[in-house]
Design a protein. Structure first.
Length: 275
């Protein structure tokens, strides 16, 4: 066997070992949470009102859905139109545009607790919104905005230049080309980024503790406090009185995140076939 073949075989073995380790860790974590959580899931866990007897997660689930949709309504249009400007209109040699792109990438890697402290100082304290649905939604919108901008940029850049040239050659304007040709072709990447943003919102707790609060009730208005599902799980664990119910909440949260990632994969695969 040649030296290059030996190196190739060795590297292939290392890759297989790494994959096996990752899969084993994933199965161990998922299996542990499911085994600990499923036995404690019952109808009381999904009662409409939270109390000390059932510690229901239903208010937290409803709050999570409200926060997800509200954050996306704010962040998605801004992120998509911002990415369109950066890719289609901005001059590549502009130093300000380069700075904006650098800041967008930097913000994507900032820990969520930093966004939580920022939201607390700006929305809760400075603007006087208090621990509320509005404070949490605005904070999460800012947090997922860099992710949506980045994924949309990459999706737009992946559209072949010939699509743009062909549309313009047929007499279509710049704006019509973007909305009729480029955006439909980049749909899979854009939707993938949106679904990943949803997954980040669903699993977020640090940013919401400092902005939306931990009150166990459904949001009744923009300035009411409430807890999401991840915050609900954190609150139960920190109290130390409802450990089994916390595992049940973790089980539901895990299933939601896995479902969202699976949905993202299927959406990308579907639109890739359509193209």
């Amino acid at each position: 066997m040649m030296q290059s073949d030996k190196i190739s075989l060795f590297l292939r073995i290392l890759v297989y070992i790494a994959i096996s380790v990752v899969v084993c860790i994933f199965l161990l974590l998922v299996g542990y949470i499911l085994i600990k959580g499923i036995p404690f899931l019952n109808l009381d866990s999904f009662a409409w009102e939270y109390n000390s007897k059932n510690v229901s997660m239903m208010p937290a689930i409803i709050n999570t859905i409200l926060i997800v949709f509200s954050s996306l309504i704010i962040a998605v249009p801004i992120g998509i139109f911002g990415a369109i400007y950066l890719v289609e209109y901005a001059k590549k040699s502009n130093k300000l545009i380069s700075f904006i792109e650098l800041m967008s990438e930097t913000l994507s890697g900032i820990p969520s607790i930093v966004f939580g402290l920022f939201g607390y100082l700006i929305f809760v304290v400075f603007l006087g919104f208090g621990y509320s649905f509005l404070s949490g939604t605005l904070t999460l919108s800012i947090m997922i905005l860099p992710l949506i901008i980045k994924t949309t940029q990459e999706a737009l850049k992946s559209v072949p230049l010939s699509y743009r040239e062909g549309s313009l050659a047929l007499g279509a304007g710049k704006l019509r080309t973007i909305f009729s040709i480029i955006l439909p072709s980049a749909t899979s990447g854009i939707l993938s980024g949106i679904i990943l943003s949803i997954g980040r919102i669903v699993g977020e707790s640090a940013a919401l503790i400092y902005t939306a609060g931990t009150l166990a009730q459904v949001f009744q208005g923009f300035f009411d406090s409430g807890r999401s599902l991840s915050v609900h799980m954190y609150a139960l664990l920190s109290e130390g009185l409802y450990m089994n119910e916390a595992y049940g909440a973790a089980c539901v949260l895990l299933c939601v995140v896995i479902l969202l990632n699976l949905t993202s994969y299927l959406v990308v695969k579907y639109f890739s076939k359509e193209r």
